[in-house]
Design a protein around this ligand. Sequence first.
Ligand SMILES: Nc1ncnc2c1ncn2[C@@H]1O[C@H](COP(=O)(O)OP(=O)(O)OP(=O)(O)O)[C@@H](O)[C@H]1O
Length: 331
Amino acid sequence: MKNPWDSHGESVYSERITLGHVTRCTRVRQSRTFIVGESILTTRGLTKIYNGIAVVDQLDLDIPAGICFGLLGPNGAGKTTTIEMLEGILKPDGGEIYYQGAPVGTGFYQKVGIQFQHTALPDFLKVSDVLNLFSRFYDAPLPRDELIAWCSLEDLLDRDHRKLSGGQKQRLLLALALMNDPDLLFLDEPTTGLDPQARRNFWELVRSVRSRGKTVLLTTHYMDEAEQLCDQIAVLDKGTIIAEGAPRALLNQHFHGALIRIPVGNFQGDLPEFFAHAELQGDFLQLQATEVDSTLGELMQAGIPLTGLQVESANLDDLFLKLTGHELRGE
Ligand SMILES: Nc1ncnc2c1ncn2[C@@H]1O[C@H](COP(=O)(O)OP(=O)(O)OP(=O)(O)O)[C@@H](O)[C@H]1O
């Protein structure tokens, strides 16, 4: 398999390059040049087989540096298997993984941070003890106070880690994953089971990680999470990628316009002609409009009140349904 960086001479990237509205900054790491926006992690033909079935099937991923990249898919799509192969926990049955252009080696694991879906911490330790314990694993851990402030752990230091709430536990696990100040952070379904407020707090933390120039690779089956956090997504189904790109661009590519819903009570007399194809859904008439502005203009011209009007754009759940014919969260 060809190394995807073979054709890139280092001198090509040794300056600041502006492409369209994207400015790529370069920084030198040892002998290589590291480019924000270029792939930090790449897979070619990544495959995992269980019981004769490829649950991850010839996956080609290109994850640009400095972004939040989401791997999405329903239960059993192959997200965890993929991320675990990338993290080095599972051995692939085929394919290659490259980090900054070179096949991953042992040094890779010093440079990445991993927040697992489930992490068993030693019993009877306080949060501060857990931080101390993990800081000993690294030659140059982040300053303790910085990490504590970053993950808002100040008020929890004396607490037994088993007594933390779901959101507090995830903040502690994130602090452990950030301990070595990694360039690349893996988050495997980090907000599963958290209440809405804790999820939002965690999203803020993820944004702060990204704003420090780090790359985040996140798996999730929460579509709102992907839409909120991810610059790019790859949608997996049965171990293969069925769609890839920026969430908004993917939605624009597959859906035009929006769903307009108006309370039935707003209509007095006959329906206007342009509303003839509207469907009755409960107390609303709904219409898929390709030109939202002009449809709203026509409604106003026809003197129909817009009170209670709803305009709904397609979301990633709709996209998944369109691409696969089944719901994203369907078991
Ligand atoms: N150790 C294993 N032995 C056999 N099959 C496995 C093993 N681990 C995973 N699988 C199967 O591989 C497929 C992909 O599983 P994986 O956990 O990667 O999916 P996922 O997208 O992460 O799902 P979830 O959202 O439920 O975590 C599933 O069909 C699963 O049953």
